[in-house]
Design a protein around this ligand. Structure first.
Ligand SMILES: [Ca+2]
Length: 490
């Protein structure tokens, strides 16, 4: 039950959502048959024949022959406005912009939470954070995504994919919750939510016992002095080189631009004209951008770019958390992130905390320069990727939907509505309406308790329409309350 704001509940459950828009589509992948034959006959194209037959068996997805490889690139605390292709005029992100322009730019893509761990748990499980067992941030060495769930990596691995994870995990660091235990053949990165970019020590304000946190599979490794973004790019490229002769799923989770925003001086100097906070974000993202360019170039060099789907998204909105808790800085808020004018920051359920830059690129299948303004959310990645892989979705209990019809065929969003809850804040978006209850602007600053916006005419949530449209408030409260009861019961 939603405290304070409860209205009469209904018996609606999240499983009903699927009944509303459980659409299927029939569409063949529009690729060159000659190229596909070549791919299958070339040394690099000796993909698993059994997967080819599996893919052909399922006619209602976009793959006509071999399932594509899938790369999911996630950035950390990346503001909606901190990308050239999403309106930034002072950052330089040519490689990410090229990726966005090569496929579909997703202007209304949401994270399932305004903080790291729940957001990631959702796309790894296909479920709302509460149903994934991770409704809140995870403390060090905590359990994570529920062990009774099949993770996205496990599902793809079962269907023949090689699976790799690089970068920030933060989906459970206790035994049994580690990447290699949750479906990844290979892992290189850190298990907790934040770390020093050069020493790779766990980095949290007032942490009494900092510890080292860099791992290759289940073994601790030491690369002190090497910059994490460069390490993760190196490892992503290596995974691709080692696995490109068969379908693979690679999860690349850059820890940038999460605080403490350490960055090599050479990159800082490129942006010396910006104020110090903005300079930090610009420099940190410049290294990420170069990494994305190197990863896509690796695909090109191996001749598999057209056979690889790349999905990119931020894990939550840009942050105004202090940059460096140990530096003696006294600024209360970091001012370097831009959410492109959206209201609020990381920690908030207003748009700035949950709407994130995102795109999907698949040359030859998704037209370049496509713009999708329909609503999608992180938990949709699970069913979308499984469908691309030729996996039957009816075998999985999911809260998300396959969004390829929305992206490829111009279909409406599969969601009648999407809900959020984060430490007592609640939000729901249904069509143009967005209701936030007990909302905050970040981790600290409160907003009016009941806040209704019409996103069509007011995307920045500047005008509270709660008093003007009480009937809409009550309707959305009812749906939100029913949703929260359904996820809380798990
Ligand atoms: Ca984050």
């Amino acid at each position: 039950m939603i405290p304070t704001f409860a209205t009469k509940s209904t018996n609606t459950s999240i499983t009903c959502f699927r009944d509303i828009c459980g659409k299927k589509t029939t569409r063949s992948r529009n690729v060159s048959k000659t190229r596909l034959i070549f791919r299958r006959m070339s040394p690099g194209g000796l993909r698993l024949l059994c997967l080819t037959f599996v893919a052909l068996f399922f006619s209602d997805h976009y793959v006509s022959a071999t399932p594509p490889s899938i790369i999911l690139i996630v950035t950390d605390d990346h503001g909606y406005g901190d990308l050239g292709s999403f309106g930034s005029e002072d950052l330089r992100t040519p490689n990410l912009d090229a990726l966005v322009n090569s496929g579909a730019k997703l202007t209304h893509w949401y994270a399932n939470s305004s903080v790291c761990a729940p957001s990631r748990a959702s796309f790894m499980s296909g479920k709302y954070p509460h149903n994934a067992g991770v409704p809140d941030l995870l403390a060090p060495r905590s359990p994570g995504v529920s062990l009774n769930l099949v993770t996205l990596a496990e599902a793809l691995k079962t269907s023949g994919y090689r699976t790799g994870a690089v970068g920030k995990w933060h989906m459970g660091a206790a035994d049994k919750y580690l990447p290699n235990q949750r479906g990844f053949d290979a892992f290189f990165g850190h298990l907790e939510g934040t770390l020093d970019y050069f020493s790779h020590m766990y980095y949290l304000p007032r942490a009494k016992r900092p510890f080292h946190d860099l791992w290759r599979n289940n073994k601790e490794v030491w690369e002190e002095g090497s910059y994490t973004t460069d390490l993760f790019t190196r490892e992503a490229k290596a995974f691709i080189r080692n696995n490109y002769d068969q379908p693979f799923f690679l999860y690349v989770a850059f820890n940038a631009p999460h605080y403490p925003l350490h960055v090599p001086r050479a990159y800082l100097e490129r942006f010396s004209h910006l104020d110090p906070h903005r300079q930090r974000i610009a420099a940190t993202l410049a290294v990420v951008d170069e990494g994305v360019g190197k990863i896509t170039n690796q695909l090109e060099e191996l001749g598999i770019r057209d056979d690889t789907v790349i999905f990119f998204m931020g894990d939550n909105g840009g942050s105004n958390e202090p940059r460096n808790f140990m530096s003696g800085e006294t600024d209360q808020f970091f001012t370097g992130s831009s959410n492109g004018g959206l209201k609020g920051f990381k920690g908030s359920l207003f748009e700035g905390g949950i709407r994130v830059p995102a795109c999907i690129s698949w040359p030859g299948v998704i037209e370049a320069n496509t713009v999708i303004n329909e609503m999608g959310v992180g938990m949709d990645l699970y069913p979308t990727f499984l469908k691309l892989a030729g996996v039957e979705l009816s075998n999985h209990e999911l809260d998300g939907f396959d969004v390829m019809p929305m992206i490829k065929d111009g279909a409406e969003s599969p969601h009648d509505f999407v809900c959020w809850e984060y430490v007592g804040q609640f939000a729901i978006r249904r069509g143009k309406w967005k209701l936030v209850l007990n909302g905050k602007l970040d981790f600290w600053r409160k907003a009016p308790e009941v806040y209704l916006s019409d996103l069509d005419i007011d995307p920045y949530e500047t005008n509270n329409l709660a008093n003007k449209h009480p009937e809409v408030v009550e309707e959305l409260k009812g749906k939100l309350n029913a949703w929260f009861e359904s996820v809380s019961s798990n």
